[in-house]
Ligand binder design. Sequence first.
Ligand SMILES: NC(=O)c1ccc[n+]([C@@H]2O[C@H](COP(=O)([O-])OP(=O)(O)OC[C@H]3O[C@@H](n4cnc5c(N)ncnc54)[C@H](OP(=O)(O)O)[C@@H]3O)[C@@H](O)[C@H]2O)c1
Length: 332
Amino acid sequence: MIQTILLKKRPKGKPTLSDFEFLKEEKDLNIKEGELLLETTYISVDPYLRGRMSDAKSYVPPFEVGKPITSGIVAKVIASKNSKFKEGDFVSGMMDWKTLQISKGEGLLKVDKDLAPLSAYLGILGMTGLTAYCGLTQIGQPKAKETLVVSGAAGAVGSVVGQIGKILGLYVVGIAGTDEKVEMLTSQFGFDHAINYNTTKDMGTALKTACPKGIDIYFDNVGGPISDAVLFNINKYARMIICGAISVYNNTEIPKSISVQPFLVKNSALMQGFIVSNYSEKFPEAMKNLSTWLAEGKLNYTETVVNGFENTPQAFLDLFEGKNKGKMIVKV
Ligand SMILES: NC(=O)c1ccc[n+]([C@@H]2O[C@H](COP(=O)([O-])OP(=O)(O)OC[C@H]3O[C@@H](n4cnc5c(N)ncnc54)[C@H](OP(=O)(O)O)[C@@H]3O)[C@@H](O)[C@H]2O)c1
């Protein structure tokens, strides 16, 4: 039997389980010359999928209503008529939310389960690790002893950004949503300081205290009021790396924010958004450094693994409730 998860309707505001539909089909999947039969092992659920569920113009086309959702997946090759892949190989790439599917192998990468656990290819050695590395190094231009602040710091991207910051000799402050996450950032990931934005009344003052030399680099995963508070504490020539804005992804109206221009002018500061694929030429360097640091024990990672294909939509929804620590992954 093949199970598929489709987009049933475009979410209005915060997505709900009723926006997804499950399909079960009994059919034989016969592969033709050049094709592979893939069995899904791990599914990545990511905040950016929310953007693809709406039909607003973006950097990737929206999902179609009535069609499968796609995301990063690690799958096992269970039959192959493609000379590049053999039965028993594991591959990663963008695939449909299906338990079984046929592929022509385009865009798939072979992954080695002896080098790293398979789920790591969806996180630290996958898209979120590359995002952390490329955003911080290419836009952040970090210099030792500078102060880096990371929002969404206990998530897949943020936890890696902070650790790379430490490897590069920065003073690192993380912002996250629970005391448990804040504790994890300092004890497990080596951040110098961490702030729980849910229990801190005045984020501006908390940042000022946590960053006595001001903020040189801000890696922003969340947007909204947290990022507004950062602006009041930036230094001359600060670099603000705009990676994501999860706090406003479910807004139904244009969010109100403070005017950034005076802060940028006064501090000769830079604010730049990016999409990880902008830096594809840097991926080999990023993968080399990330895997070396991982092997040397300089880089750590954590995952929240949800069991069961049928729980994929709920795992996605839980990202907006902060239920994950590190990368949110579904084990099929
Ligand atoms: N530009 C790119 O190419 C690129 C690539 C990958 C990801 N991204 C973006 O990077 C960001 C992080 O992605 P990720 O995969 O690492 O996700 P993640 O951080 O692992 O998971 C999402 C986290 O966001 C936090 N959050 C949820 N609602 C929030 C709110 N209203 N205010 C503040 N924090 C909130 C939650 O943590 P708390 O408990 O701390 O609130 C939650 O655990 C997202 O915005 C994503 O879209 C961009």
